[in-house]
Design a binder for this molecule. Structure first.
Ligand SMILES: O=C(O)CCC(=O)C(=O)O
Ligand SMILES: [Fe+2]
Length: 363
């Protein structure tokens, strides 16, 4: 059978380490409004906030998988460009968030260039021509059609997920979809990520801990390295094994705020790939969906959310922040720390100034 993905070209994920208990939800079943799949998805969204979305057997799903493979090739080509070429699209001069961002790491490549871990955030509104486009490299423009299809397809899949959540939360029809209209300005973006092999380092692992800021994240990775913290533990981290044909979906802070904590945005981080894969450079491809820029991040009215207890008497008086403000503050380190359903968690991390363009500043 022809391979749909390139996972088989890489050393296998080890079979002797504990992995995260993500359930697998069939996208094709969700498309066909299967009740059991819908309930399984809702349960996973409440309990772990992470699940595999199995795209096999769905036309849209398999298209997304193929496009992710193509974009993975593009990102490798992009990261292989000379540093000074990539720096043209770097922050802070291009944009504080939608830009190429890196941290230097030990060693030089064969051309004597300093090695870097990096990511590159490409805005949905740039890709779809919905705003004045930020400068980007010719390579990105050459693949404009692929980017546009990928964004539209990921958004179509996300809309299926939002519709099921809407139904399970018993919200008035279209509530969640109306907060995520593709044609409106939002913080949705495609992220390229590249990390070079390195020894596990506790401090670096801690700095990488984060929740995602937005609504739903569609993640493709090819090597292990993503870890989630087991719910109700202080520090028990387990690897998420990549599954060919599935993406990993996780819920972000906005969904916690909208549902007054019914849904879960789980803490996660990226550390070196495990044993058999640890010598390889690791790439991941992320599509972040976020509420429209103008949406205020607070509990929605209606359905089972109305039955959720208030977290404190002053919940209604708390400072209201729009999705755009939240993303920019969180994305540039002005609101550091780990956000959970109970608010910000105790252990916070302030980015030292010297690693300002750090890829450790999360999501
Ligand atoms: O690289 C990965 O597998 C996860 C990346 C991630 O969590 C993020 O970019 O927010
Ligand atoms: Fe993340």
């Amino acid at each position: 059978m022809a391979h749909l993905t390139s996972h088989h070209t890489l050393p296998p994920f080890p079979d002797d380490i504990e992995t995260a208990p993500l359930v697998s939800v069939s996208f094709s079943k969700l498309e066909n409004n299967d009740d059991q799949a819908s309930e399984d998805f809702f349960k996973a969204s409440k309990e772990l906030g992470f699940f595999y979305l199995d795209f096999l057997g769905s036309e849209l799903g398999e298209t997304i998988v193929k496009e992710a493979e193509q974009l993975n090739k593009v990102q490798k080509e992009f990261f292989a460009l000379p540093n000074e070429v990539k720096d043209v699209y770097g922050r802070p001069h291009l944009h504080p968030f939608y830009a190429y961002r890196y941290t230097e790491t030990e060693g030089k490549d064969e051309n004597g260039q300093q090695l870097r871990n990096a990511n590159y955030n490409l805005r949905k509104d740039d890709i779809l021509g919905q705003c004045e486009r930020l400068a980007c490299h010719q390579l990105i423009l050459e693949h404009q059609e692929l980017f546009e299809k990928y964004v539209r397809h990921c958004r179509a899949a996300v809309n299926v997920l939002l519709s099921h959540l809407n139904k399970q939360l018993e919200l008035p029809e279209g509530t969640l979809l109306n907060l995520h209209r593709i044609e409106e300005r939002s913080g949705d973006h495609v992220r390229f990520t590249q990390n070079l092999p390195h020894e596990f380092n506790e401090d670096r692992a801690r700095r990488a801990e984060h929740t995602d800021f937005g609504s739903l994240t569609v993640l493709f990775n090819w090597l292990g390295g993503l870890q989630i913290r087991k719910p109700n533990t202080e520090d028990d981290w387990v690897y998420v094994k990549p599954i060919p044909g599935s993406c990993i979906v996780n819920l972000g802070d906005a969904m916690v705020k909208f549902t007054a904590g019914i849904l879960r945005s789980n803490i996660h981080r990226v550390v070196p790939a495990p044993s058999t894969q640890s010598h390889l450079t690791r790439n991941s491809l992320v599509f972040f969906t976020r509420p429209e820029d103008k949406v205020i991040l607070k509990r929605l009215k209606g359905g089972i959310i109305d039955k959720q207890p208030r977290s404190n008497e002053n919940e209604d008086d708390e400072e209201e922040m729009t999705s755009h403000e939240w993303i920019m503050k969180r994305g540039t380190g002005q609101l550091p720390g780990i956000f959970t359903s109970k608010g910000f968690e105790g252990r916070t991390y302030d980015a030292p100034a010297h690693i300002a363009p750090s890829v450790s500043i999360p999501a």
